[in-house]
Design a protein around this ligand. Structure first.
Ligand SMILES: [Zn+2]
Length: 365
């Protein structure tokens, strides 16, 4: 199996177009057409992880954090990034990063954290806008169902947990076929009126090419009339952070204790407790201080994230409990998530999880 095959599968779950503008998710070293000897998954890339990949005969290393994050001007081994890159290239090791694109899907990094805590009714905390588009096309009524089914097969028509969503209404289309055309109905040079349906379907922006070509392929006309609109609706499954509910309200200290145990966190930094039970939980794996106001607006009892600064804690202002559960600790189960996805899709393929603890932060008690 080629490396591209694995990447293409992962990108159906976490489309690369969902990554943030500052990010560098994707194939960083290696070539997509290489035959994959095995894949190993890690949160970070360190020299130990690269060595582990080589020892286990894996030529694909899938990491959450991109080892190359900003422009590299020198690859001379004087810093850990360039040493890792030199080693990867020397050993024909492909490095693939699945980063903010996996943060920005509801079943991604945050969905995994929510599962570990046992949250239900999960929703994206700050949904993205402009990720949904609408296709409107005009189809002779006899071909309506064929065109509609082709568009659905290409991935359009999904609204929340409902598939096969569309709307159609009958009307009359008009056209005059020009010289050199081969009209499906009507004659060259004569105005023609045809009973047509106006068919409307929504789809995520990143599959536009697939949806439009499926529609054109199934449509009988040689030049198809269609419109694409960018919608301002929130995308229910794409965006930052997540919010959900605990099955039963929990006392604040008991909940912090649960987190400590589940994520093996040596110490949790948190804002003042409010002496109120915790039930609505918002969270964002890794650095999530940009979502504090969303978590407050959402009336969450607590917001779990990492990399909070001193002044961030003041923002709680007795409206919420802010808890910094550690960057590595919050995202550690991402490795299990990617492992589970690959094992399910490619059950007989060699997929490993790193045994290296890559957390660069140590705690002194
Ligand atoms: Zn992170």
């Amino acid at each position: 199996m080629q490396i591209s095959h694995i990447i293409n599968f992962l990108e159906t779950i976490a489309p690369p177009s969902l990554q943030e503008s500052y990010d560098n998710a994707g194939l960083i070293t290696g070539m997509p057409e290489w035959e994959c000897t095995g894949a190993i998954i890690s949160l970070d890339i360190t020299e130990d992880v690269i060595e582990e990949a080589i020892q286990n005969n894996c030529n694909l290393l899938i990491a959450h954090h991109p080892i190359v994050f900003k422009g590299l001007k020198r690859i001379n081994g004087k810093d850990y990034v360039s040493r890792n890159i030199i080693q990867a290239i020397k050993k024909d090791l492909a490095i693939y990063a699945i980063h903010t694109n996996l943060d920005n899907v509801i079943e991604g990094v945050n969905g995994k954290i929510a599962k570990m805590i046992g949250l239900s009714d999960c929703q994206v905390l700050m949904p993205q806008v402009g990720r949904l588009k609408k296709l409107i096309c005009f189809v002779p009524e006899a071909q309506l169902s064929t065109v509609r089914e082709s568009i659905f097969a290409a991935g359009a028509g999904q609204i929340g947990r409902y598939a096969g969503c569309s709307f159609s209404v009958s009307g009359t289309g008009s056209f005059t076929a020009g010289e050199g055309t081969n009209p499906y109905v009507g004659s060259i040079g004569q105005q023609h009126f045809e009973k047509e349906a106006r068919l409307e379907v929504v789809f995520p922006a990143h599959i536009q090419g697939k949806v439009v070509s499926a529609m054109i392929k199934a449509h009988p006309y040689e030049d198809v009339a269609y419109d694409i609109y960018t919608m301002d609706n929130d995308h229910p499954e794409y965006g930052s952070g997540l919010t959900g509910l605990l099955a039963k309200p929990m006392e604040e200290n008991a909940f912090l204790g649960l987190l400590k145990e589940t994520f093996q966190i040596p110490v949790i930094r948190h804002s003042g407790l409010r002496d109120k039970p915790i039930q609505r939980v918002s969270l964002c794996g890794g650095a999530g201080s940009f979502l504090i106001s969303n978590a407050i607006a959402n009336k969450s009892d607590i917001f779990l994230t990492a990399d909070l600064k001193y002044h961030d804690f003041f923002e709680a202002d007795d409206r919420i409990v802010l808890a910094d559960i550690g960057h590595f600790e919050s995202e550690q189960f991402t490795t299990d998530l990617v492992y589970g996805l690959l094992k399910e899709k490619f059950p007989t393929f060699a997929v490993l999880k790193t045994g290296v603890n890559t957390n660069p932060i140590n705690y002194f008690f």
